[in-house]
Design a protein around this ligand. Structure first.
Ligand SMILES: Nc1nc2c(c(=O)[nH]1)N[C@H]1C(S)=C(S)[C@@H](COP(=O)(O)O)O[C@H]1N2
Ligand SMILES: [Mo]
Length: 256
């Protein structure tokens, strides 16, 4: 497995470097004329420092909260009740026949039942969900660590992104989907969640399984996940931008 330098991340890094450089120069205008400061600001050293700081921040944990912070009901947004017949049939039988297909650029494509996923190494975390529409909500999520699922299917070297295919068509139009790069997928807080606040995940919040990628905005966190596909590019999916909302102008990189 390699950690890819995807275009989104490269753009993010460049933006960060430029912003960091401008701030430092603006704040240290007088000092920067001294020899020592000139040396410190010499292109390679300054950029390396900034790059290290940014790379480290990609590994950082999202803030976790305490039980007292949990909202009484977790707000639901976007699709809250899929209308697709296949989904309704699975829901009617309490998702006993539901299977998560994991396929694409993997060594051993596999289908996981909910029990299979519950048997994998799990994590519980209390985090804040931030939606671009301007609201936040704190909830407790339990789920299988996505990295553990990926380890079981064996990610091939060519794979760069993990795509989440959902059951719902947003307002009856295109199917919802999302994608993460492998670095975000292997982050310890990235979960395939089957529980919210200690109970089964409600349909409104993505039953039976939804993604939690805690350092990303809400629209990245695909609900009603049916299939996971490992890909080298998402050009062939939807309108080619890596997600339902990305196809409509949202940024692919939604880190917070
Ligand atoms: N399948 C699917 N996933 C989705 C959406 C959706 O409409 N369909 N909406 C997204 C948006 S914009 C947000 S803010 C969160 C909302 O999650 P919640 O309903 O648990 O609050 O789910 C995201 N994942
Ligand atoms: Mo959102």
């Amino acid at each position: 497995m390699t950690h890819p330098t995807d275009p989104g991340r490269r753009r993010f890094l460049t933006r960060g470097l430029l912003a960091g450089g401008t701030l430092m120069l603006a704040g240290c205008d007088r000092l920067s004329r001294s020899d020592a400061m000139q040396r410190l600001f010499s292109a390679s050293e300054g950029l390396t420092q900034q790059a290290h700081r940014l790379l480290a921040s990609r590994e950082a944990l999202a803030r976790e909260y305490g039980p007292d912070d949990i909202a009484p009901t977790f707000r639901a947004n976007g699709t809250t009740m899929p209308r697709e017949v296949d989904y309704l049939r699975l829901a009617a039988n309490d998702f006993r026949d539901w299977r998560l297909e994991v396929q694409g650029l993997v060594e051993r494509p596999q289908a996981f039942s909910l029990d299979d996923l519950r048997a994998l190494p799990a994590r519980t975390q209390i985090t804040r969900h931030d939606c671009v529409e301007g609201w936040s909500c704190i909830g407790q999520w339990t789920g299988a660590v996505l990295g553990e699922v990926l380890a079981r299917v064996g990610v091939r070297d060519e794979a760069r992104f993990v795509v989440f295919h959902c059951a719902d068509r947003y307002h009856g139009g295109d199917r919802y989907y999302e994608s993460l790069d492998l670095r975000e997928a292997y982050h310890p807080q990235t979960l395939l969640a089957y529980e919210l606040n200690g109970g089964d995940l409600p349909v409104a919040n993505g039953a039976p399984l939804r993604l939690r990628a805690e350092r990303q905005l809400g629209y990245k966190m695909a609900k009603y996940v049916m299939r996971i596909e490992l890909v080298a590019s998402f050009a062939h999916l939807g309108r080619g931008r890596g997600g339902y909302w990305e196809d409509r102008g949202y940024r692919w990189w939604a880190g917070i």
